[in-house]
Design a protein around this ligand. Sequence first.
Ligand SMILES: [Zn+2]
Length: 286
Amino acid sequence: MKVANLNIEVGDRFSLNELREEFDRGSTNRGIEICYDEDDQKYVRLFSSETGPYNDNVRSGQFTYIGEGRTGDQELKGGNGVLAQSIEAPIPIYFFYKESTNTEWEYQGQAAVLDYERRLVPSEDREVYQFTLQRRTEGRERVDGDEQAVDLTRPERIESTRSRIVRNTQVSKSLKRRYSNTCQICGNRREQGDSQGYSEAHHLKPLGRPHGGPDTESNVIVLCPNHHADFDYGTISVAPTTLVIKHEHEQFVDGARLTIREDHELAEKFLQYHGEHIAVDSVNHQ
Ligand SMILES: [Zn+2]
């Protein structure tokens, strides 16, 4: 999937399966999903449901969205960090809303983050990040009563200014097949209706600018949708030589080792690159 070719319209409704087909990416149940398309264009799928968990106000053109983290003070990293960064460096943010009475997600268009603030929620005795977003309209939109040209990075513009990356899908397909669609982190296989299972290929050193990673087996691992998201968020990393997994929140994989088939020549340098450039905190690499 390339965001420039995404063909969804405001008002379209999607089941989670249909969303996966449209985006070529599984769901993680996160409100803020950081994703990359096959050209490695970063984008966000933003989900808000009427039943919470955060009571976001999404009824008007401009709306507020409470960041991720359901307990304790929220931090400006992961999805919250990406939303904050998008003010200076816009990326496509696809906004989906679900009413409590509905099982499908309604696409409400692209949104742009205008501002955010950290605020105390007295009833929960913790601090959260509250983002103010504006739904994007074609061409022009009103901001504070003045009509201003929309100066946001549109997928079309990203497409035209980015050097083309020819991706060899055979690399991903071959690896997924050899791993039988099982995750190299947790060993789980996401089952589909058919008997094939479902997995996702992750480039440790992302393709495209600014990273410029290669589309070779040495740079690709096979993951379940949840651990794919963790790699994108940087909440997981793998020590290059020992292959010991470090996970911020998940004890059952933290300290375990990455599974690698003998015929999969994964390069240490790409695990190292992920640990140094994408992982949330610096990891000790021996
Ligand atoms: Zn997994």
